[in-house]
Design a protein around this ligand. Structure first.
Ligand SMILES: Nc1ncnc2c1ncn2[C@@H]1O[C@H](COP(=O)(O)OP(=O)(O)O)[C@@H](O)[C@H]1O
Ligand SMILES: O=P(O)(O)OC[C@H]1O[C@](O)(COP(=O)(O)O)[C@@H](O)[C@@H]1O
Ligand SMILES: [Mg+2]
Length: 390
């Protein structure tokens, strides 16, 4: 990198104003002064260091994003890149590994994350913020590139805005529920898998004259359900954004079958919300972070639909199959473009941003804006799906 983000405290340096926040006042650090001497020379390249981690649920495309960060960081900017394992757990343990071209070869098409992940909340941990600062100091990092969903990046936003931790975010999650981006890494592949399931259920539903319920993930957003439902031609789609009346769903299925159809496909999001208490879904098990463990609404719906319609009904809960396996080309390309742009932002010292896909372009979006509220399915997407129900 050319030294246009010179980490100096020297008031004569013309690049002083562009200092990343954490460098300000770091003049007593020997490395900083050495860097300054080279920087004022204007000929030399400054080698900087970044950390990278993946947090939250895994998804296809994480490895492609890590590979892009490492390759672009090492080859284009001569950065040193440290990988932290298991989400925020790595910085909290102040343990990292140096990532090399060799260690990140052959990753592009692999599912999961070779760095591991966790849902650790760094702010809730005792001394969490201090330990993250310690990780920055120990590894002499200029900042972190954090690949996460709305949970991981909300923590990142708090760390950046309130605790001065330099962070660039990259959005990932099969749920597609982050603001500031049209798509998150992983969603497109999960959608392929869910659509394939709808297609496969069609043939067996038709052979047996059954109602097939397909439950998909998404937590409190219905992106996978809505888009798989549209792509697969579902006869009804139940999502958290539209509380549903199970009696009305049954009436709809009976009407459809009454008009000559002998089978139906209903796609139900794991977080779909019944408008009344017919399903009695209040007894959720909580995960170790106190969040309801979703999954199983299709099993609650099946006997009710069967009883009220008289049609043989089966449920399929797609589960973690949606998160596993190889990323599709869209996710590989998105992850690569986002990883490259995130490194460029880090090099420019533009911390506190997330890279988002906005109208086809990968652009910086403030982390605060991206995490302000959950991005849910807009009304017009659902209305388009509804046209084809029945
Ligand atoms: N608003 C928040 N502020 C800080 N940390 C959060 C917030 N929401 C969630 N987290 C933490 O981030 C973790 C990861 O969030 P989660 O939704 O599981 O994954 P993702 O990052 O993929 O969205 C959660 O387990 C929780 O510890
Ligand atoms: O892997 P777990 O802990 O069972 O969590 C399941 C949840 O993770 C997801 O698959 C992905 O969510 P995140 O991307 O926010 O981690 C949700 O769709 C689902 O509700
Ligand atoms: Mg999440």
């Amino acid at each position: 990198m050319r030294s246009d983000s010179c980490p100096t405290t020297c008031s004569r340096c013309p690049r002083r104003a562009r200092l990343p926040r954490r460098w300000a006042g770091a003049g007593s650090n020997g490395r900083v002064l050495a860097v300054h001497e080279r920087a004022v020379d204007q000929e030399l390249v400054v080698t900087e260091r970044i950390g990278v981690l993946t947090g939250g649920g895994d998804c296809p495309g994480l490895n492609a994003a890590i590979r892009a960060v490492v390759r672009h960081g090492l080859e284009s900017h001569k950065l040193r890149v440290h990988g932290f394992r298991n989400g925020w757990r790595g910085p909290l343990d102040v343990t990292a590994q140096t990532l090399t071209l060799e260690s990140t070869r052959g990753l592009l098409h692999l599912g999961g994350t070779f760095l591991g992940t966790s849902r650790t909340d760094p702010i809730a941990e005792p001394d969490g913020v201090a330990r993250i600062h310690e990780a920055l100091e120990v590894y002499e990092l200029d900042g972190f590139i954090v690949i996460g969903g709305e949970g991981t990046l909300s923590a990142a936003n708090t760390l950046a805005a309130e605790h001065g931790v330099p962070i660039i975010g990259i959005p990932k999650t099969i749920d597609n529920d982050l603001g500031g981006t049209d798509y998150t890494i992983g969603f497109a592949t999960a959608l392929d898998i869910a659509t394939d399931a709808v297609d496969r259920l069609h043939s067996t539903a038709e052979s047996h004259n059954r109602v097939m319920l397909l439950e998909v993930m998404g937590r409190n957003a219905g992106w996978i359900a809505t888009h798989a439902g549209i792509a697969g031609g579902a006869d009804s789609i139940l999502i958290p954004e539209h509380p549903f009346d199970v009696h009305q769903v049954c009436r709809h299925l009976k009407r459809r079958h009454g008009s000559g159809r002998s089978f139906s496909i209903v796609v139900v999001a794991e977080g779909a919300v019944p408008a009344d208490d017919t399903l009695n879904l209040t007894d959720y098990e909580l995960d170790q972070f106190g969040r309801p463990v979703l999954g199983g609404i299709a099993s609650s719906l099946r006997p009710i639909i069967e009883a009220q319609t008289g049609f043989a009904t089966r449920e399929t809960i797609l589960g973690h199959v949606q998160r596993g396996g190889t990323p599709n080309p869209f996710d590989r390309v998105l992850a690569t473009r986002m990883g490259v742009r995130a490194v460029d932002l880090a090099v420019a010292g533009e911390w506190g941003q997330m890279v988002g896909l906005v109208g086809g372009e990968v652009k910086p979006v403030p982390l605060a804006e991206a995490t302000r509220s959950l991005r849910r399915v807009p009304e017009d997407h659902y209305r388009a799906a509804e046209v084809f129900f029945g």
